[in-house]
Design a protein around this ligand. Structure first.
Ligand code: FPP
Length: 259
């Protein structure tokens, strides 16, 4: 059976989804997709609901996308869930978000684990309190041998902070005589980042019509294709990921070359 037939077997597609799906070259799928989930607040407002309702609904979108990524040849999917700048939000929104990370993990952990999802965190979890830190480290430990899809959650994450952390670590290695200055190269830096064990994202998606990177995987996104959509994150479903993958496949990736 072809990869396409295998994937189609697991999905129930409507006519429009089928049109997009059939145009995708499943042998040329990005291995790593990074997503800036934006627009939860605006979506909630448009429904006459509090912002927090948008965040709750955003968890359903994560769930749909992870499930889909487990069925297609994507190996890593990274979600920007909480940036180091998000602490500036109101105390009640921050506290709701922290509660939501914890309760969603509890709700879905066994199911995700059974589906072969590896759960990994990028970011400085130590600032999120001992309870959340333990829950996510335990989830990481429980799922570390799963190979279907690696779901990375960026929590208390900042691309600049990660590069600063790595810079300090390398400076210490050099000053203590453990590392020769000449050994520092791009690969050495890459493998020390939180994302060190995974390939760089080929596709970076941001929802809700904002065209910014917002301190997200600054080093890793150097050659990613950026895809911006007006869809708010709580509305983002399988079909929107198909649209993004198709657009990615229609781009001419030159990596600074000419073709
Ligand atoms: C951006 O929308 C969204 C966030 C900062 C939070 C995203 C978090 C979730 C979807 C929950 C994740 C849960 C787990 C388990 C990781 P916004 O609030 O900036 O929306 P706005 O721009 O419309 O105000």
């Amino acid at each position: 059976m072809s990869i396409e037939a295998k994937i189609r077997k697991d999905l129930q597609l409507n006519e429009y989804e089928e049109t997009i799906f059939s145009k995708i070259d499943w042998k040329n799928c990005p291995k790593h997709i990074a997503i800036i989930m934006d627009g939860n607040g605006r979506w909630a407002k448009s429904q006459g609901k509090p912002r927090t309702y948008g965040h709750k609904k955003g968890v359903d979108s994560i769930h749909s996308i992870v499930e889909l990524c487990g069925k297609i040849p994507v190996e890593y999917v990274t979600f920007y869930a909480f940036s180091t700048e998000n602490w500036k939000r109101t105390e009640s929104e921050v506290s709701m978000l922290l509660g939501l990370f914890s309760s969603s993990l509890k709700k879905y952990l066994n199911q995700l684990s059974d589906q072969g999802v590896r759960i990994n965190v990028i970011g400085d979890l130590s600032k999120m309190g001992p309870k959340i830190q333990k829950e996510f480290l335990d989830a990481n430990e429980k799922t570390k041998s799963n190979t279907k899809i690696c779901m990375n959650l960026a929590l208390n994450y900042s691309g600049r902070a990660d590069l600063t952390r790595v810079t300090k670590e390398i400076a210490l290695e050099v000053s203590s005589g453990k590392l020769d200055l000449e050994k520092i190269n791009e690969d050495y830096i890459s493998q020390k980042l939180y994302t060190g064990f995974m390939p760089e994202p080929e596709l970076m998606i941001r929802t809700s019509g904002e065209n910014r990177l917002s301190n997200f995987m600054l080093w890793e996104n150097a050659y990613s294709e950026f895809y911006f959509t007006d869809v708010h994150w709580p509305d983002f479903r399988e079909v929107h990921l198909f649209e993004a993958i198709l657009e990615y496949q229609n781009r001419n990736r030159k990596f600074g070359g000419l073709c």
